[in-house]
Design a protein. Structure first.
Length: 451
């Protein structure tokens, strides 16, 4: 995702210049008006649909597996607000918890018992998390984890993987430098090169280059930060032994291993990728699902690292809305439903059926696709090759994806508006939803092929 935006020219979609001859008229009008007040008309870039060359949809609401735009169109939603909505939109238990909490006040800036109750649930789900801090976004969680790792080790350099996205803090808006395992270079204006050079970027799934990076920067690496299942270049799975190799290299050099489980946490298993793959992190960042769709994220891990945080320790981190009572209530309601466990078997079954159906539909249309899937997290790449890192993703047929996206949207299926994002299923997606999706896909793959 970072690499994608680093290369893109600014999005100058016709609709941003008042062109009103495309798409859903009310959304177009809303988009034009929004562009008067907000850069690109949106509050997060991917929402502008720049990745699919279509004007964006303005949303009126959502319920269960459906989302509705302001022109009255209904879509089966596979974005799920980019991951949080694993229960489906507007889940009654979550809404009830939110309403009950809101009746008591919306923010106190002081501790509440609910924060402790939530923390107990999270440490129960992730055995590597001994202590944690609640904050408001994945970006904030990752920023905090990096600061903790740098303080704990007394080192400045960090390693990230090309194609992984960890929020928009300066140290992570970095792309690979000129040489392999070299220092990175800024991916965005405003990021100081001096800071970017402290970030080493290596390809995902490349054990050899990671080993070289550790040798080249021996004793200087504070942390390795990785999505244990990458989901910001589309979904790319860790190859056998990859996570174990990262763990071993970190142990050998006293480097802090940070798993960014903002997407995978409570998604690929209740205990995230750490439960699924059996590799434990020193620090873990959670977001999205853990907040039940409200602004709540987590930085947690080994107590000896976490106890550096003020006021106990000297590493500063703070937040006005950290542990907000309404977000905490939504979080507890969400985790209590997921903790029952059966939901993951249902999600696995539905996602497996969708994967098989999509593969069959593509084959029937004579289109080559590679589908990468872990549980209810998946991506469909237009290629006849395996997709194991960011370069593989860049080599896929992005134009075909854009045609597929448009054809599916026109048939009432709302996919992520970027080939570098993921599909998310929820417990609200029914067999009827999957059947309708596959029917739409049979026609849309033909459109993708340009027929
Ligand atoms: P936020 O600051 O957006 O809450 O989280 C940043 C983040 C951190 N780590 C991972 C693995 C993430 O995927 C994200 C954010 N994900 C993107 C979409 N993949 C959010 C959507 C957006 O940027 O609008």
């Amino acid at each position: 995702m970072v690499e994608y935006w680093a290369r893109r020219p600014p999005v100058t979609h016709p609709s941003m210049t008042g062109c009103t001859h495309m798409g859903n008229q009310n959304s177009l009008d809303a988009f034009s008006e929004a562009c008067r007040y907000m850069p690109g008309g949106v509050n997060s870039p991917v929402r502008a649909f720049g990745g699919v060359d279509r004007p964006p949809l303005w949303i009126a609401g959502a319920k269960g597996s459906k989302i509705f735009d302001i022109d009255g169109n209904e879509y089966i939603d596979y974005v799920g607000s980019w991951g949080p909505m694993i229960l489906g939109h507007a889940h009654p238990a979550v809404l009830a918890a939110v309403h009950q909490a809101a009746d008591q006040g919306t923010s106190f800036g002081a501790p509440t018992r609910a924060e402790t109750e939530l923390a107990a649930r999270i440490t129960g789900a992730f055995r590597s998390i001994e202590k944690l801090r609640l904050l408001c976004s994945g970006t904030e969680a990752v920023m905090t984890a990096l600061r903790l790792a740098r303080a704990y080790t007394g080192r400045d350099k960090i390693v990230k993987m090309a194609g992984c996205y960890h929020g928009h803090s300066d140290s992570l808006l970095v792309v690979a430098g000129s040489g392999l395992a070299e220092q990175g270079t800024a991916a965005s204006p405003g990021v100081p090169e001096a800071l970017a050079q402290l970030t080493v970027v290596v390809p995902y799934n490349d054990k050899e280059l990671l080993t070289q990076a550790f040798a080249k920067h021996a004793g200087e690496i504070a942390a390795v930060l990785v999505e244990p299942v990458a989901a910001n270049m589309g979904v790319v799975l860790p190859e056998p032994g990859y996570l174990e190799t990262i763990r071993r290299l970190c142990d050998e050099q006293g480097t802090v291993l940070i798993f960014d489980e903002v997407i995978t946490g409570f998604r690929v298993a209740f205990g995230g990728a750490q439960e699924r793959y059996g590799v434990q992190a020193d620090l873990t960042c959670l977001g999205k699902i853990v907040g039940g769709g409200l602004p709540l994220a987590v930085c947690g891990g080994r107590a000896d690292i976490m106890d550096q945080l003020a006021p106990l320790g000297r590493v500063y981190q703070a937040g006005t809305l950290s542990g907000n009572p309404i977000a905490t209530a939504a979080a507890i309601a969400t985790l209590d439903i997921l903790a029952e466990g059966r939901g993951y078997r249902e999600l696995e079954s539905a996602a497996a059926n969708l994967e098989i159906g999509l593969a069959e539909a593509a084959a029937d249309a004579g289109v080559s696709v590679t589908i990468n899937r872990v549980g209810s997290l998946m991506s469909c790449f237009f290629t006849d090759r395996p997709v194991r890192n960011f370069e593989d993703v860049r080599a896929t047929d992005i134009a075909a994806f854009k045609r597929f996206f448009a054809a599916m949207l026109d048939r009432g299926i709302y996919l992520a508006p970027s080939a570098y994002e993921a599909m998310f299923l929820s417990l609200a997606h029914t067999k009827q939803d999957i059947d309708k999706t596959l029917e739409a896909a049979r026609a849309s793959f033909k459109m993708a092929a340009g027929r």
